[in-house]
Design a protein around this ligand. Structure first.
Ligand code: GLA
Length: 655
């Protein structure tokens, strides 16, 4: 199995004499694949319909002669100035009606017929020209879809939204019912009267907002489909990818993943954020989950600093290597960077690269070369990744909906997801992300931090999972609305209430952080030996129908009432958490949830250290700047700061 190594290569920024030096240095660094052409549109089609591929021919031939494979982009990520000059309506419009201009990148409306026609044509031209090029390994459609413009509020988008609604609802009566337009005199006489949810005087219709989020994700997926179809027509046997951006709210990656041959991700954790290791681990686990347990590619990371934070920290020695191995341990079969050679000009001239502006006599170049050499050596020996043992539910409808306004509280959807992930990560558990349609049965436990929007099928699937012997933990604000945004018929939690053995009587959301009075509530879990814990974000009055109380609120208006419950459901267990417990209590709960499943017996939990299994190998990665000792496989392994040791079975295989 090859572990690809390389990065974005933008030769149009350099004289051809530099290209020769590039390939020599690429070979020196162990580069096996580069992504070419991501931002080349104005160089490949300098005027509408005039194509100038000769320079790209020479680039690909040069790479091929050096034995370097190519991930070839369709070059559509940044439309050339002539496009919006000629078709000004192709420029996107913001929620407040500002039309964004050219001069940066991604300046296009996702619904623009001119952009889409010209993008698909260019993709087809490139695919036909290079389908049989011997350097071609992979197709790279567009780039980071939606990263700058994921929602457009122009007239063209409004017309596309109406077509999407007509397709979904058929008639205006159906739309009126689904959107609840009896409220605030919003009843439409015809779908022609509907527009996009631009800035408005008061709370906008929640179902209109949700449908607009769904539409926008679908609409951008539509551009991907058109480009992919043009590429596949000319090059049916070469796989296709487009690079994701981790936990990216605007696009429902579950829907997208199904249409990619290879999942790939761009990930730029902040070197000075102590949470970066677990946050990066989350995105790696998400990518493996989107790939349904198969390998994926780290399409972009940085060799050192980025240039888009207020202050851009460099990576201490060893960190880049440790983070690269983290991706491999969690299923990546490629480590690539933005970008190969640091730009001298342009908006990203201060972004690090594999080959820095300071040249080859630099610490970061040496680190890149060292990693390239190591990956070439270990690649063939690695097994394919596998599924995790615990699933965390991630649902874009819920993410979009719970962050609207006019709700019981202001909730950051990812706060709960991150919290439960962190607890499982700290316990050394192998984690997948799942959605309500996933095969839940393969997991020892399922954690649902918040499933605000839940179909009756989703609620039934969770109940069935627990009844069949699974360990289910459900968090607050789950089963609150159906897919139309209507409050769940029959009461919050719907059919899941019976499985959980609780009913929700009334919400008591906690004040948002920093508020007076306190933004937390005290908790007591006597049976777990926890007398003084706290909960944040949420509390609510539960009516216990058939559950055991695991923790109670110990302050505030609900003092003495149930906060966390557990019910034996069929062969399994169904837990409910009416608050977000602090890390200590969460770790106790996870230990209980997983007791008897065998999951924790296989896990190594040492603070700051990740032990991740990939087939026969276990990667022991020290994510800290201090040396650590790790008890594993009957021995104590010392691991240097940011060090990586790989075990095969019980013996150290690589350092
Ligand atoms: C993204 C883009 C790249 C580059 C990097 C900089 O990942 O895809 O083109 O802009 O960010 O970090």
């Amino acid at each position: 199995m090859t572990i690809w190594f390389g990065g974005d290569y933008n030769p149009e920024q350099w004289a051809e004499t530099v290209w020769q030096e590039d390939v020599v240095l690429m070979q020196q660094a162990g580069v096996t694949m580069v992504t070419v052409g991501v931002f080349s549109w104005s160089w490949l089609e300098p005027q509408e319909g005039t194509f100038t591929f000769e320079w790209l021919d020479r680039v690909l031939d040069t790479l091929h002669a050096a034995g370097i494979r190519v991930d070839l982009a369709t070059a559509t990520a940044s439309p050339p100035p002539w496009l919006s000059h000629r078709y000004p309506d192709s420029l996107p419009v913001t929620e407040t009606g500002v039309r964004l201009q050219r001069g940066a990148r991604q300046a296009y409306c996702p619904s623009s017929p001119d952009y889409r026609r010209l993008a698909a044509r260019l993709a087809g031209e490139i695919a036909r020209r290079y389908a049989d090029h011997p350097a071609l390994e992979l197709w790279h459609i567009n780039n980071e879809y939606g990263c700058h413009v994921s929602r457009c509020y122009c007239e063209t988008s409004a017309a596309a939204f109406r077509r999407w609604l007509t397709n979904k609802y058929g008639t205006v009566e159906n739309l009126n019912r689904a959107w609840g337009t009896a409220f605030w005199s919003q009843r439409y006489g015809s779908i022609d009267e509907v527009t996009v949810p631009s800035a408005a005087p008061a709370f906008r219709n929640p179902t209109q907002l949700l449908d607009f989020d769904r539409f926008s994700s679908d609409e951008i997926l539509g551009i991907f489909r058109e480009e992919a179809a043009a590429v596949r027509a000319a090059s049916p046997s070469v796989p296709i990818t487009t690079n994701f951006m981790g936990l990216f709210k605007p696009l429902d990656y579950w829907a997208w993943a199904a249409e990619l041959d290879v999942i790939s991700d761009d990930c730029y954790p902040d070197p000075v954020d102590p949470d970066s290791p677990y946050l990066a681990a989350m995105t790696r686990d998400l990518m493996r989950s989107l790939a349904d347990g198969k390998p994926w590619l780290l399409m972009e990371q940085s060799a050192g600093a980025v240039n888009w934070r207020p202050s851009n920290a460099a990576k201490p020695e060893g960190m880049m290597r440790a983070w690269s191995y983290q991706a491999i341990a969690r299923g990546a079969d490629g480590i690539l960077y933005f970008q190969w050679r640091q730009s001298e000009r342009g908006a990203e001239r201060f972004h690090s690269a594999m080959l820095p502006h300071t040249g080859t006599d630099s610490v970061s170049w040496k680190a890149v070369c060292q990693l390239g050499g190591e990956l070439r050596e270990i690649g063939d020996a690695l097994d394919a990744p596998t599924h995790g043992s615990v699933g965390i539910m991630l649902d874009w409808d819920s993410w979009w909906s719970i962050e609207q306004t006019g709700l019981p509280s202001t909730i950051d959807y990812m706060e709960g997801v991150r919290a439960w992930y962190r607890t499982l990560y700290d316990a050394g558990v192998a984690i997948d992300f799942v959605n309500p349609r996933s095969d839940l049965g393969r997991y020892s436990a399922i954690v649902v931090p918040t499933l605000f929007v839940a179909t009756s099928d989703a609620l039934a699937a969770l109940s069935a999972y627990a009844e069949a012997g699974g360990r289910l933990l459900v968090g607050y604000q789950s089963g609150i609305t159906d897919e139309e945004g209507r409050l769940t018929p029959g009461g919050y939690l719907g059919s899941l209430a019976e499985t959980l053995g609780v009913r929700i009587d009334e919400f008591f959301p906690l004040p948002v952080p920093g508020s007076v009075p306190a933004d937390s509530v005290r908790l007591r879990a006597n049976d777990l030996g926890v007398r003084d814990a706290v909960g944040i974000v949420w509390s609510e009055r539960l009516v216990i129908t058939s559950a055991d109380v695991v923790a109670r609120f110990a302050s505030g208006p609900l003092e003495g009432e149930a906060a966390i419950t557990r019910r034996s459901a069929g062969a399994g267990q169904a837990w409910y958490a009416a608050t977000l417990p602090d890390p200590w209590l969460r770790s106790r709960l996870v230990a209980q949830l997983l007791a008897g499943t065998g999951v924790l017996e296989d896990a190594v939990a040492v603070p700051g250290v990740e032990v991740t299994r990939r087939g026969r190998h276990r990667f022991v990665i020290n994510q800290t700047a201090s040396a650590v000792s790790v008890p594993i496989a009957g021995q104590t392994l010392s691991v240097e700061p940011y060090g990586v040791r790989i075990l095969e079975g019980d013996t150290v295989w690589r350092d």
